[in-house]
Design a protein around this ligand. Structure first.
Ligand code: HEC
Ligand code: HEC
Length: 292
């Protein structure tokens, strides 16, 4: 189980508590590291308190009326940490789940109310995450007859949500929009999401995403949409051989052999490996022969 002769300091097995774990922290084995981590965390929290909307968490009640999953006697600081974990995990603010308004003092919020569906869903999610961490994953070692990661990886809200409320992949999200509202809407949505989320890990804006989207659109009989997104991908990744390959495939599927060949030739020109260039050339010849 353990990684070797590291002098591990003893720590209580659930030092941070099963429910707190849902907020996204996992204990480390090294005392030095964890001390360093606390300093970093404290610094970050202070920094956040300084620049953030200063939500006077001191104003939240210290006795809670409607906890069904978290311990009823949980300390206020711990509850606040769990709630910040939720907000961070989903990239939202308190009012996403709670009845209250930005700017209104927390003392006037109805935190105990379950009126928002998002809160009720979050409670279910918390139970699910606790179940996975506390009951399901501990069985991994026995079931697989192999040790777990050390320290074990804990699931948090962010593991799935990556800072967005609905954890869909970007290609799936855009395919749904394209299907329901058309290519223009999907292209516009891509632009907005890129502006809002680029670089923070919520969505994958890498080379492969729009190619995966094109594949989905082609399967949905939307070859023009697929072409549009592949061309958009080339704006960000002008040297993407895989995009030209995908473009060739889509053009071939819609019967435009000339454009398919052009795309293959672009791919060949970009790729320095001679073997590949020849394979592409052969493919182009085949297309020429069949398409005319
Ligand atoms: C993603 C949804 C979500 C977000 C965001 C969220 N909460 Fe909560 N909150 C919950 C859930 C779910 C519970 C109830 C947990 C339970 O039943 O054990 C809760 C409970 C509480 C309670 C206890 C209420 C009571 O009396 O029972 C307080 C106080 C609270 N949250 C404050 C906050 C604050 C402050 C924020 C913003 C920093 C916040 N929450 C953000 C979902 C959320
Ligand atoms: C194993 C992956 C996973 C984890 C971990 C997870 N969620 Fe979710 N969550 C989902 C999925 C999937 C959905 C969408 C469910 C559906 O199909 O409606 C979702 C939906 C939600 C929603 C509804 C969002 C909306 O806009 O309707 C909330 C709120 C939520 N999760 C809160 C949480 C919180 C809080 C945590 C951490 C305690 C968490 N989730 C952990 C997978 C996860």
């Amino acid at each position: 189980m353990s990684r070797g002769p590291l002098p591990l300091p003893l720590r209580p097995p659930h030092a941070w508590g099963p429910s707190l774990s849902a907020a996204g922290s996992s204990p480390r084995h090294s005392a030095a590291r964890s001390a360093a981590l606390s300093v970093v965390l404290a610094t970050v929290l202070v920094a956040l308190a300084a620049v953030g909307p200063a939500p006077a968490l001191a104003q939240i009640p210290s006795k809670f009326e409607n906890l069904k999953v978290l311990p009823k006697d949980i300390a206020r600081d711990s509850l606040a940490a769990v709630m910040r974990g939720f907000a961070f995990g989903l990239g939202v603010r308190c009012q996403f789940c709670h009845a209250g308004e930005e700017g209104q003092p927390f003392s006037e919020w109805k935190f105990q109310s379950d009126e928002k569906a998002t809160k009720r869903k979050a409670r279910f999610m918390l139970q699910m995450v606790n179940y996975l961490n506390e009951e399901r994953l501990p069985g991994l070692m026995a079931a697989a007859d192999a040790p777990r990661e050390d320290p074990p990886v804990r699931i948090t809200c962010r593991t799935c949500h990556h800072g967005v409320p609905v954890p869909r992949s970007l290609d799936e999200l855009l395919a749904l929009t394209a299907h329901d509202a058309g290519t223009d809407s999907a292209v516009a949505e891509y632009g907005h999401l890129r502006e809002r989320y680029y670089g923070d890990g919520a969505y994958d804006f890498g080379e492969g995403t729009l190619i995966a989207l094109a594949r989905r659109l082609l399967a949905d009989h939307d070859a023009p949409g697929a072409v549009r997104f592949l061309e958009l991908n080339l704006e960000s990744f002008p040297e993407s051989v895989s995009t030209y390959f995908a473009l060739a495939k889509v053009q071939e599927a819609r019967g435009d052999t000339a454009r398919a060949i052009t795309a293959l030739e672009k791919a060949a020109a970009l790729h320095p490996e001679p073997g590949l260039a020849e394979a592409i050339e052969r493919e182009a010849q085949k297309l020429k022969g069949s398409g005319g």
